[in-house]
Design a protein around this ligand. Structure first.
Ligand SMILES: *[C@@H]1O[C@H](CO)[C@@H](O)[C@H](O)[C@H]1NC(C)=O
Ligand SMILES: *[C@@H]1O[C@H](CO)[C@@H](O)[C@H](O)[C@H]1NC(C)=O
Ligand SMILES: *[C@@H]1O[C@H](CO)[C@@H](O)[C@H](O)[C@H]1NC(C)=O
Length: 456
């Protein structure tokens, strides 16, 4: 099946995502409070007309060109088809762990490093985490670059704070080590005689590598023992139906059922799961499981491998508004069948706010990774020179964000709403996929989800 961006598309994504661009949503929250509604979040964009968040600054392609393009050139997955094994991907799945830099001004960590030749100077760009404010008087950190011929070079590290740190004491950062040659690995030290230097491998961002697909999805870290396996399967299969090839997940903590789902998709080459140990307290010291480090890491990992990276949240929310009875009708489910039918939010939650959020206000986006330098939750903060973000008209698609009212309360429920069954276009296929995948993963029907309101 193919998605024509010409048609109005509601992507129900779990938050976001996708190709859509204005979202409408109702959001059901993850708190113990009463469900609430908000104004629909987001809109997203990027892409579109030229479907990318970063597009060369030139006239947008005509819609004709767009719809022919690979856009969601979607592979049609016949219902009930398991993902085929795919080859292991080079640095996409590179194992990384947070390494502890010995630094006299407090905790400082490095995770991964990429050789970046896209700007006027070449750098090893390290994904790091450290204090938001580093005292000026402190001794500079040094990059020790190790080359394949056995030589070493030491350069002074440059620091760049990744935006969206919410004023907390710690922030995601880039550390830049200027060099013209590709090193094998880099250590970051305060003192050159550090007996146990924090060292990470350097991945080469090589424009000539083989493309692995059109779309990868970057999902911020799983946490709180996230265990809504059915919705995770739904999320993955829904996006696969829309043409997504690969998913990059970060694992802080997950529950037992989600663990099985991730392992399954990982074994099929459909997902890359990256360990995400947190050594800082989420929301107290650093914003949301250090998600901005993860999102930027994901964009660098997907660079040149996937034409676009989709930045979407992983929250699975459900809409408070009534469940859509059209699902049972269309599938002609008996009452017993209905009880056993997996509760798929993209199918059951079809009422949405009539007015989507404005662009850049909770919108989501997709980006051509090689055109982005620094990304955030709702926008690209820094593009490679010559590129910029484009907004995509809502007639091309919408992102649904399932959750409670953003500002709390039921206020958003009072706003005008509409029933939008765009997702029902995939009703049979999606249902078939979810049931097939649950059977393959669990040897049975989909596991019961934890009650809403528990950590999920
Ligand atoms: C970093 O390493 C030092 C020395 O090994 C250790 O004492 C410290 O606990 C580590 N810090 C963190 C946050 O892991
Ligand atoms: C997720 O992290 C936990 C805790 O570190 C680990 O036990 C589990 O195997 C990881 N799961 C996956 C799918 O990587
Ligand atoms: C929709 O269906 C789900 C699953 O059966 C149920 O838990 C939820 O309460 C229903 N929501 C509404 C608003 O009826």
């Amino acid at each position: 099946m193919r998605i024509h961006l010409r048609k109005k598309l509601l992507l129900a994504c779990i938050l976001t995502g996708i190709f859509v661009f204005k979202v409408t949503v109702f959001i059901y929250g993850n708190s113990q409070d009463e469900p609430q509604f908000i104004t629909p979040p987001a809109i997203l964009v990027s892409g579109g007309r030229s479907r990318v968040h970063a597009v060369k600054v030139e006239p947008a392609p005509s819609p004709e060109r767009l719809s022919r393009g690979a856009v969601l050139a979607a592979r049609a997955l016949p219902s009930g088809q398991l993902p085929a094994d795919e080859a292991v991907r080079p640095y996409l799945g590179l194992r990384s762990t947070w390494k502890n830099v010995t630094y006299s001004v407090g905790k400082f960590f490095i995770f991964s490093a990429y050789f970046d030749r896209r700007l006027d100077k070449k750098f090893v760009r390290i994904i790091a985490t450290g204090r938001l404010r580093l005292p000026r008087t402190i001794r500079a950190l040094q990059c020790v670059l190790h080359y394949s011929d056995g030589s070493k070079e030491t350069v002074t590290a440059e620091h760049k704070v990744i935006r969206e740190n919410w004023g907390l004491a710690y922030t995601a950062r880039f550390v830049l080590c200027n060099t013209d040659r590709l090193p094998l690995r880099v250590s970051l030290v305060e003192k050159l005689n550090d007996p146990n230097p924090a060292t990470v491998a350097v991945s080469d961002l090589d424009p000539s590598v083989e493309r692995l697909g059109d779309f990868a999805v970057c999902v911020k870290p799983f946490h709180y023992q996230f265990n809504r396996a059915v919705w995770l399967v739904e999320f993955i299969e829904f996006h696969r139906l829309l043409g997504v090839n690969h998913f990059v997940f970060y694992n802080h903590t997950v529950g037992a059922d989600v663990q099985r789902v991730l392992r399954f998709y990982e074994s099929r080459g459909v997902a890359t799961v990256i360990q995400w140990e947190m050594q800082l307290r989420s929301q107290k010291e650093i914003r949301t499981e250090n998600m901005f480090a993860a999102l930027n890491d994901c964009v660098y990992r997907s660079m040149y491998r996937y034409r676009y990276a989709l930045l979407v949240d992983n929250c699975f929310f459900y809409l408070y508004w009534e469940n859509d009875t059209a699902v049972a009708e269309q599938l002609q489910l008996s009452p017993a069948g209905e009880r056993r039918f997996p509760y798929l939010i993209t199918l059951f939650k079809t009422r949405r706010m009539r007015e989507p959020f404005r662009f850049f206000s909770r919108s989501k986006y997709f980006v051509a990774p090689e055109r982005a330098v620094e990304v955030g939750n709702h926008q690209v903060w820094q593009h490679v020179p010559g590129f910029k973000a484009m907004s995509v008209g809502e007639h091309y698609g919408l992102v649904h964000h399932y959750r409670i009212c953003e500002m709390g309360g039921f206020e958003c429920k009072k706003k005008p709403s509409v029933i939008d069954r765009t997702t029902h276009k995939y009703l049979r296929q999606l249902t078939g996929q979810v049931l097939t995948l649950c059977a393959a993963i669990f040897g049975d029907s989909c596991p019961e989800a934890p009650p809403l309101g528990s950590p999920w």
